[in-house]
Design a protein around this ligand. Structure first.
Ligand code: NAD
Ligand code: ZN
Ligand code: ZN
Length: 401
């Protein structure tokens, strides 16, 4: 029996690389599954979504093996797998989706009705998402492999661009989904809240979709400087100039066509004082303020049903003070939820392979070893302008850059 190692959530603020079981072709309830494959993990990224768990802001159980952003090589096939072959290099959408239920058939793979017995939507290594073991590890099992996996057409070419392709398992489709649902098209003016990896992926996607101008806002000046280096306008919300005023300085009016929340429930307030504290409804309320009447608001930023770390008792159960009346009065549309990665990953793979988007540079990909994962978590949490990519087998050394 082969060995395996993975990144475990030990307790609030602590992750650790541990020896874990080598994956079996079994679901989290121990039932044998013949539609799965075992992957040797080639790259697996740390995400802002993981940080919500590590900061103790969810009900994640201690010992959970983290990792939902996985790219790998197929090394073992279940008996019923038909289209995937041993040796294929594949991107794994972070959603676990069965391909058989109504939601999957309608391309809503973020809310698969089969992958998670307790609520709609499955994912690897995530609280409340069905108990699928995470992929920040040497090896991982992927169920419903024929449906879920995106095979890269040419392995050698894919390894050359692996720092970009690793973003297909989540952040690039998620940013793109945010931009598309916000209605971004040619000539639009766009505001993206959050200059983390998802915000920058949304900003790049907005340009891919033809936006005229993209403004990125954050309370972290280092991340904003990084965004400017990549050609985006920025607004610094840790200053006392309001978002609307700063947008007006750039666009000549305090309004954008399309807005994207790439922050979520751990949002800070605005202004010198406000940015010192969390104020979870800030982003949603400010987007309603600056989005044009009849505009759309894409909300990839994550909101939870239970937040044990919230200061406000209502927010502990996901209730926020949202000024819904303003959105209603302006006929806004809101788009929420887990990204259905499969809807976009093939097209975005082509955009990467044909050099239409340079996502690794924009989000600041930094490749680290599995043993360095705890450092990656800590640095990412401190707000550096980077996206950490774990390379568990040393396969990315010297490729692409
Ligand atoms: P991140 O934590 O690196 O980035 C969030 C950024 O928001 C930080 O730079 C922070 O300083 C900034 N911020 C805080 N308050 C702000 C405010 N009021 N205005 C503007 N910026 C503010 O996380 P990330 O990896 O970029 O992910 C962003 C969000 O997207 C997270 O909530 C994550 O869980 C979520 N996410 C959702 C999906 C999905 O399927 N919907 C997928 C991936 C990530
Ligand atoms: Zn993610
Ligand atoms: Zn399904």
């Amino acid at each position: 029996m082969s060995s395996n190692r993975g990144v475990a959530y030990v307790r609030q603020g602590l992750v650790e690389v541990q020896s874990i079981s080598y994956p079996k072709l079994e679901d989290p309830r121990g039932r044998r599954i013949d539609h799965g494959v075992i992957l040797r993990v080639v790259s697996t990224n740390i995400c802002g979504s993981d940080q919500h768990m590590v900061r103790g802001r969810t009900t994640a159980p201690e010992g959970l093996i983290l990792g939902h952003e996985i790219t790998g090589e197929v090394i073992e096939l279940g008996r019923d797998v038909e289209t995937i072959k041993r040796g294929d290099l594949v991107s794994v959408p972070f959603n676990v989706a069965c391909g058989r239920c109504r939601a999957c058939k309608e391309q809503d793979t973020g809310v698969c009705l089969t992958a998670n017995p307790s609520r709609a939507g499955g994912a690897y290594g995530y609280v409340d998402m069905g108990g699928w073991v995470g992929g920040q590890a040497e090896y991982v099992m992927v169920p419903y492999a024929d449906f879920n996996l995106l095979r890269f057409p040419d392995k050698a070419q894919a390894m050359e661009k692996i720092r970009d392709l690793t973003c297909l398992s989540d952040i690039l489709p998620t940013g793109y989904h945010g931009a598309l649902t916000a209605g971004v098209g040619p000539g639009c003016t766009v505001y993206v809240a959050g200059a983390g990896p998802v915000g920058l992926a949304a900003a790049s996607s907005a340009l891919l979709l033809g936006a005229a101008v993209v403004i990125v806002g954050d309370v972290n000046p280092v991340r904003l400087a990084h965004a400017r280096k990549h050609g985006f306008h920025t607004v610094d919300l840790s200053t006392d100039d309001s978002l609307a005023d700063q947008v007006a300085l750039i666009l000549g009016r305090p309004e954008v066509d399309c807005a994207i929340d790439a922050v979520g429930f751990e949002a800070r307030g605005h202004g010198h004082q406000g940015a010192q504290h969390e104020a979870p409804a800030t982003v949603l309320n400010s987007l309603m303020e600056i989005t044009r009447p009849a505009g759309r608001i894409g909300i990839p930023g994550l909101y939870v049903t239970e937040d044990p770390g919230a200061a406000d008792p209502a927010a502990r159960h996901g209730s926020l003070s949202i000024r819904f009346g303003l959105g209603w009065a302006k006929s806004h549309s809101f788009f929420t939820g887990q990204t259905p990665v499969m809807r976009y990953n093939r097209a975005l793979m082509q955009a990467i392979l044909w050099d239409r988007i340079k996502i690794a540079d924009v989000v600041g990909v930094e490749v680290i070893s599995l043993d360095d994962a705890p450092r990656g978590y800590a640095e990412f949490d401190s707000g550096v302008p980077k996206k950490f990519v774990i390379d568990p087998h040393g396969l990315l050394r010297g490729v692409g850059h």
